[in-house]
Design a protein around this ligand. Sequence first.
Ligand code: A5P
Length: 222
Amino acid sequence: VILLNAKKLAAEKAVEFVHNGMIVGLGTGSTAYYAILKIAERIKEGLNIQAVASSKQSEDLANQLGIPLVPFSEIDSIDITIDGADEVDHRFNLIKGGGGALLREKILAASSKKFIVIIDESKFVNQLGKFPLPIEIVPFASELTIKKLELLQCKPTIRQQSGKEYITDNGNLIVDCVFEELNPNVLNEQIKSIPGVVEHGLFIKMTDKVIIGKNDGTLRYL
Ligand code: A5P
């Protein structure tokens, strides 16, 4: 039996859209990992690109693999960003941030000419919200911010790691929110309007292409 890796399949397909001279946004997580490996492989074969990383984790990986990185301050825009997601619906709305990198990921996506999302089929859903929505908040007065989030009918949990509060690359907290009903367009505005919220993991109208790797070894494109 050949074991197929649906994440790897989608990731490697996406890297076919990377061409010489491009500035490439590197995503974060176990699916983006395979895209980064493939980009490194193509660089060894002669591909000439520069990359921007969406997290410390992806930056470290890119450095280890010899992918040339540029600081964000030195570029005007990104040609293509390839990143994973936690959930994707039919309208190309996403939940991201399971890995905690949502803020930088969203900054990259918003500055990218092409934003390609790579997932395995388990993440393609009819309705977003089974996966708790990650929301990045500043530590100052976090109790008050969380109370305001609760008014939006959500059950918030402060993310923990090794018995302590998880801290993002930007020094903030992540609150994982389960909503009674998740209306992406409405919540997109409501959550952002709460002072203390830095960013949330809903990515609305940002995605150009979704590549789904299936367990039977085939691909599906949206
Ligand atoms: C990282 O912050 C997230 O947005 C990831 O893109 C998301 O959690 C997907 O990760 P996996 O590919 O590991 O499932």
